[in-house]
Design a protein around this ligand. Structure first.
Ligand code: ATP
Length: 311
């Protein structure tokens, strides 16, 4: 396999397929106690947000991954890349030679708690499926996604959904309108398993309740009312992320001081998410976060966003 990073244009030939895929924010992330297998049961309310990666699949002599974008140097280009794993899983199932070049145009923060790697897995799966005309059903693609990782099925379907089990058993949810967000991207990532380990440490000896989706949060999503949603946002991993990265408290404060309705750590962090009432406030909060010096950059996005789509 060829390992290379390229900052050049994504490949484009008549035979290539490009898939656009959104990031996610967890508007609720309820975490149960560690199971004997080490995983945690979750009640995970996913919302796809309009920050996108694009994965282009082009026929090649052998499997190769390239990546462009500001965080490209942090993306593995070997078979550990979720896009490569997705191509190999699909090729293995259909007896196809995985002779494909996957180019990732990366805009989703890496290791930021926004499921960027999972997004690339879902996008690569859809792109290779279209390139190879496998005829796989949606259910089969979702099954492969679940094998790749807990967040991958949601990246395929997008919109809003409740994830149970390890997060991979999805029930689509209705949203009554558009929600606006600002995301503060931190310097450096946080490892999801390390954050879960810190959650286990912080909750050791306590009675961790069964994770369930909050009815008030589901109602708020369905109503499309950002003020109602702001009151119900929750993330059981937030204390663990803050324990590992105490400086995130200052980022959260900078966004709420500037007029965000609510602030929370996105998934396992360290990206922080700020729900805002309107576009003007979004730009004000983004400017304040940038000026605060408590984050690397601030991004404005709307939700829900569609799932992985061939463009
Ligand atoms: P999640 O929100 O699903 O927990 P995350 O957004 O915090 O994940 P990712 O951007 O998915 O984090 O990156 C986590 C790790 O996954 C990276 O440090 C990297 O080593 C690995 N990885 C594998 N494939 C990719 C990919 N295509 N893009 C980015 N990281 C990848």
């Amino acid at each position: 396999m060829t390992d290379s990073v390229t900052a050049t244009e994504s490949p484009s030939t008549a035979a290539s397929v490009t898939v656009r895929v959104p990031a996610k924010v967890n508007v609720q992330l309820a975490v149960g106690a560690a199971r004997p297998d080490g995983f945690h049961d979750l009640a995970n309310v996913f919302l796809a947000v309009g920050l996108y990666d694009e994965v282009t699949a082009t026929p090649a002599d052998e499997l190769a991954i390239t990546c462009s974008g500001p965080d490209a140097a942090q993306v593995p280009l070997d078979r550990g890349n979720l896009a490569a794993r997705a191509a190999l899983a699909l090729a293995g199932r259909y007896g196809i030679e995985p002779a494909v070049h996957l180019h990732i145009a990366k805009d989703i923060p890496v290791a930021g708690g926004m499921a960027g790697g999972s997004a690339d897995g879902a996008a690569a799966l859809l792109a290779c499926d279209a390139l190879w005309s496998t005829g796989a059903s949606r259910e089969e693609l979702l099954e492969i996604c679940a094998e790749l990782g807990s967040d991958v099925p949601f990246n395929l379907i997008g919109g809003a959904a409740l994830g149970t089990g390890r997060g991979e058993l999805l029930t689509p949810l209705t949203t009554g309108g558009t929600f606006r967000w600002v995301f503060a991207v931190a310097d450096g990532g946080l490892s999801t398993p390390v954050v879960f380990g810190e959650f286990d440490r912080l909750t050791a000896g306590t009675d961790v309740p069964e994770p369930t989706a909050a009815p008030a949060l589901l109602d708020a999503l369905a109503s499309g009312d950002p003020v109602a949603l702001a009151k119900t946002l929750s993330n059981d991993l937030q204390a663990a992320a803050l324990s590992l990265r105490p400086s995130l408290a200052a980022t959260l404060a900078a966004g709420t001081d500037a007029g965000a309705l609510a602030a929370l750590v996105s998934g396992s962090g360290p990206t922080t998410a700020f729900l805002v009432p309107d576009e003007a406030t979004a730009h004000r909060v983004a400017a304040a976060l940038t000026a605060s010096g408590t984050c690397r950059t601030a991004r404005v996005a709307v939700s829900p966003a569609p799932g992985a789509t061939v463009v």
